[in-house]
Ligand binder design. Structure first.
Ligand SMILES: Cc1cc2nc3c(=O)[nH]c(=O)nc-3n(C[C@H](O)[C@H](O)[C@H](O)COP(=O)(O)O)c2cc1C
Ligand code: SF4
Length: 653
């Protein structure tokens, strides 16, 4: 039965298995879809489920729940969402987008609340907050407690009628964007304690006069608005909270009564869930939610009362639990949350009768997303978890937003060749050339600028950078230039900055060491620029270096690249770690790692190598060593920098 098709509205599911939403925290900090998010959902789809529900896309700017929350609150998100929907569909699954407003759990100074919180509510929240904090390492508790208390007490104004109408409209617009982006359906998030659940719950919503109808009015208006904004026959799902497990909160009879209203509104599927941020960390709730198939009985009760198809989820650990739930008609569809993330091969194994790797309910993944660190499963191999850490670090960087700094005529001449060869030909790339004009060099820089603008425009067109942008900016600045440049870089949010090498102007090197979390290059005149040395200390920092280069220099046939490692331990350990790196980076091409015998001064060994083999470009991590080692030994990259003559040095932090 697991592998028989099923119909939701106009869409056919090829089997009964649905990847229910599990928040990843893999979106870019501005809410756009990242490559990693696409990769994640594509692989869920490729695993064989019939439908993938993309978790938690915010419908309003004040409804975003975390730092890497996907967003659907403006048309600018449509192209990214379209790529995501296409990738899921290309991998054989239907795509549903979960739409959410986080309400009082949103990251904003003025969270939206159905009604003001009462003191009894506050007492319960603080008690549950204590349980929640016990879950986290001591050093993280203070920051988290502060954040949560701020949510609870800093702002306690109920939503006005105007707020409500605006958010209802936001849901409608986001649904219309999902449809335009090519999703097969949308799912409204009415669980986990977010805004729609807050309206339904008598614990968080105390309307005057009190009553079930008053509490259901807002979610029903949202559904009607969404229905108006999508084409006829476009399915709408609802993540419904069956039990809230807080005093006076939603319980099963009320949830079923609400489900009947949803049925009347023509909702096409229901996806039951239980527990909210207020309750899910309480010991008794954790115990209930640890039971395999903990929602099967309640979902069966729901299915007995409403005809809208349900997705039963909640620790459906094994194919046999899934089969039993289908046989007893608890629901026609099976929802796999963490279960599918723990074992991405779950569906294939179910088909072949093989044993699956089960989710052990350690909640390590939940802790990670609460701490904004991106979903990973504790049962994944170490290298896969390291890959998530790496990708997570990359999400906060915009490496394809580059800045070239021209402070005199020599920089202009130097960059003429360097720019053309160092900018990867990539769609969407943005490069700015910044002319720094000081009192002293004002007129001279104007002349240089005219020339650089001419050749750079020509170069840009000649290389066929479609969809990218080339900008020219001029700033009148006062010395020290390193400080002025740092301000410009911060303001512009650049991820990679190149300055010309000139030992007579120390502000250039000073700038290099003032930048954090960026790629910074000191471009020299060495004609052997295409001979590149990449020293690899096999730390997480070099992993970052290699990952960034995978998108640029390593793909460029104009460069010849060598990797070297100065041995600190055994050669066998180093080679094993290198193999891990190759797996984490997903390289299909083999790059050899040359091992250099250890010595006291790593920088001196590297400089010897650079001179002996006449490398023209060196790319390295800015801080491979631990902070303590750096204090004792000094930074290797700084020592290399001072030993170079005319080579280009690119540092990645
Ligand atoms: C880390 C984490 C993130 C989750 N994110 C969402 C979410 O964004 N939307 C949602 O409706 N449910 C979310 N859930 C709930 C899951 O969809 C699912 O209902 C729950 O984990 C139980 O199913 P499982 O045992 O198969 O994971 C999340 C659960 C976890 C552990
Ligand atoms: S981290 Fe733990 S709870 Fe989360 S999916 Fe993996 S095994 Fe399950």
């Amino acid at each position: 039965m697991i592998f028989t098709p099923y119909q939701i509205g106009s869409r056919t599911l090829k089997n009964r298995l649905v990847a229910v939403p599990v928040f990843t925290g893999y979106a870019l900090p501005n809410g756009q879809v990242s490559e990693f998010l696409i990769e994640h959902y594509s692989s869920l789809a490729a695993g064989g489920v019939a439908m993938v529900v993309v978790a938690n896309a915010a419908v309003s700017a004040d409804g975003v729940s975390s730092r890497h929350n996907l967003r659907a609150d403006s048309d600018e998100f449509i192209p990214g969402l379209a790529r995501l929907a296409k990738a899921i569909r290309r991998n054989g699954a239907l795509a549903s987008l979960q739409l959410n407003h986080a309400g009082r759990f949103a990251r904003t100074d003025r969270p939206l609340l159905p009604t003001a919180l009462e003191s009894s509510h506050l007492a319960f929240n603080i008690a549950s907050l204590k349980e929640f904090m016990n879950f986290f390492p001591l050093e993280r508790r203070f920051g988290l407690t502060q954040g949560f208390l701020q949510h609870l007490i800093a702002w306690n104004r109920p939503m006005t009628e105007q707020d409500k109408q605006r958010v209802i409209g936001d849901f409608g617009e986001a649904a219309s964007r999902a449809c335009e982006a090519g999703f097969d359906m949308v799912e409204l998030h009415g669980a986990t304690g977010y805004l729609l659940a807050q309206f339904l719950s008598a614990f968080t919503h105390k309307p005057e006069p009190a009553g079930f109808n008053q509490r259901t009015a807002f979610p029903l208006q949202v559904i009607r608005e969404v229905r108006k904004r999508v084409p006829d026959g476009f399915p709408i799902g609802f993540r419904i909270l069956l039990r809230e497990w807080v005093p006076g909160g939603i319980d099963l009879p009320e949830a079923i009564a609400f489900a009947k209203l949803l049925e009347r509104e023509g909702v096409n599927y229901l996806s039951p869930s239980a527990g909210t941020y207020n309750s899910m960390f309480l010991p008794e709730v954790r115990k209930r939610m640890s039971r395999p198939g903990y929602l099967v009985d309640d979902t069966a009760a729901l299915t007995a009362e409403v005809s809208t198809p349900a997705i039963v989820s909640g620790r459906i650990l094994t194919p046999s639990i899934a089969r039993r739930a289908l046989q007893r008609r608890a629901a026609p569809l099976i929802g796999l949350g963490r279960v599918l993330r723990t074992d991405p091969e779950w569906v294939r194994k179910a088909r072949e009768g093989k044993k699956v790797t089960v989710c052990v309910n350690c909640n390590g993944c939940l802790k990670r997303v609460v701490l904004d660190r991106g979903f990973h499963c504790e049962r994944w191999p170490t290298w896969v978890r390291e890959r998530v850490d790496l990708e997570q670090r990359l999400l906060t960087r915009d490496m394809f937003r580059g800045l070239w700094v021209v402070a005199n005529g020599e920089d202009g001449r130097l960059f003429k060749g360097a720019m053309a060869r160092m900018i990867p030909a990539r769609h969407g790339i943005s490069t700015s050339i910044l002319f720094l004009a000081t009192e002293e060099k004002g007129a001279a820089i104007d002349e240089t600028r005219d020339e650089v603008v001419r050749w750079s425009d020509r170069m840009w067109r000649g290389r066929g950078f479609k969809g990218g942008a080339l900008n020219h900016l001029t700033r009148r600045v006062d010395p020290p230039l390193d400080d002025a440049l740092c301000r410009e870089v911060d303001k512009g949010g650049y991820g990679a900055v190149m300055v010309g090498r000139n030992p007579t102007e120390p502000w250039r090197e000073r700038f290099l060491y003032k930048q954090k979390g960026k790629v910074v290059g000191l471009v020299g005149q060495d004609p052997r620029w295409s001979e590149v040395l990449i020293p690899v200390d096999l730390s997480v920092s070099t992993l970052l270096v290699l990952r960034l280069l995978s998108h640029s220099l390593l793909r460029n046939p104009d460069f010849h690249t060598d990797f070297v490692h100065v041995l600190q331990g055994s050669a066998a350990d180093a080679m094993r770690r290198w193999e891990d790196f190759v797996k984490i980076l997903g390289w299909d091409k083999h790059f050899e790692l040359r091992l250099l015998p250890s010595g006291r001064d790593v920088a001196e060994i590297l400089l010897h190598e650079i001179r002996a083999r006449r490398y023209g470009t060196i790319v390295m991590g800015k801080r491979g060593l631990s902070r303590i080692k750096r204090m004792l030994l000094g930074s290797v990259s700084a020592a290399v920098l001072h030993g170079l003559t005319d080579q280009t040095l690119v540092l990645i932090d």
